[in-house]
Write a protein that binds this ligand. Structure first.
Ligand code: PXG
Length: 288
């Protein structure tokens, strides 16, 4: 496997970074998780735009322009002969002394890995996922804005560990006011009386690329979609629920905290959205 690392394509065994990289020492860096479908990088421009916002927010100067990033991403897929893949684009603060000071790290590091992705087992897309609400709260947006896709994922990882302890593959994370923020690596949607709702980023949700695709699809399908504050009660009593993410795509959710959502089966709007999403990923991308 070839990995793009700071301007070169190197074998994965040679793709190493320093123990003094602040991405490792402090989680000081940003990333994107992107999908390649049938030779098209899905919504590459939107991913790179989000990366640029993340970089701006942490005052990190990206080493490449949008066009160069786009080329490097596509070329990483080409070099590995891939047509369907998961692409991980990471920018770290780079090497510096011990001590937080990012201004003492002169050169950010950029690497891109394109490889296979492990999706949820197929049966869950057909029958729906059972998830739980975890006690770990989503970090307050005033402490770390969820709109920054940073290398600090411990909050989500603690949530993921708890989910597993409870026998679930994904978890609802609440914010510190008790409203639903998102899942550990997915956004959450409900359907109630034919309308779709999802928490706003002000409640702790990442502005997911898949999430924004769902807004586009809903408008095209004539389904009302709104951002709104959601409680656990709203999820328990929803007609339908589903999660979205670059890894998960669109996955129906039929149980929360041992309670059945709707009739316990993936609902008609969820299935419509899932089908529309699968069609969309094949056409709505940047050809590598
Ligand atoms: N919330 C969080 C916290 C995420 O990490 C999403 C929502 C969904 O956003 P997108 O833009 O993907 O629709 C994510 C995405 C991985 C992996 O390697 C993680 C994500 C996406 C792809 C792979 O675990 N997180």
């Amino acid at each position: 496997m070839k990995v793009y690392l700071d301007g070169k394509f190197v074998d994965s065994e040679q793709a190493t970074i320093s123990v003094f990289d602040h991405g490792l020492l402090y989680g000081d860096g940003i990333f994107e998780g992107i999908r390649l479908y049938g030779g098209n990088v899905f919504r590459l421009e939107e991913h790179l735009e989000r990366l640029e916002y993340s970089a701006k927010a942490i005052m990190l100067e990206l080493p490449l322009s949008r066009q160069e990033l786009s080329w490097a991403t596509c070329e990483t897929c080409r070099q590995n002969g891939l047509t369907d893949a998961y692409i991980r684009l990471v920018v770290t603060r780079g090497v510096g002394d011990l001590g937080l000071a990012p201004w003492l790290c002169p050169k950010p590091s950029l690497f891109i890995i394109a490889s296979k992705i492990a999706l949820y087992p197929k049966e869950h897309y057909e029958n729906g996922l059972a998830i739980v609400t975890v006690p770990t709260r989503r970090i307050n947006p005033a402490a770390l804005p969820p709109t920054i896709k940073s290398l600090n994922y411990l909050n989500n990882i603690l949530g993921k560990i708890e989910a597993r302890q409870f026998g679930a593959l994904e978890a609802i994370m609440l914010n510190d006011q008790g409203y639903v923020a998102e899942c550990t690596a997915d956004n959450v949607f409900i359907v109630q009386k034919g309308e779709m709702f999802t928490p706003p980023s002000s409640q702790g949700a990442l502005r997911g690329i898949t999430r924004s695709t769902i807004f586009d699809l809903a408008r095209e399908l004539g389904i009302t979609i709104r951002e709104g504050n959601l409680t656990r009660h709203d999820l328990w009593c929803a007609d339908e629920c589903f999660l979205t993410g670059s890894g998960a795509e669109v996955i129906p959710t039929v149980k929360l905290d041992g309670r059945q959502i709707g009739n316990g089966k993936p609902g008609p709007i969820t299935r419509k959205i899932l089908e529309a999403f699968r069609e969309r990923v094949l056409v709505d991308g940047t050809r590598i």
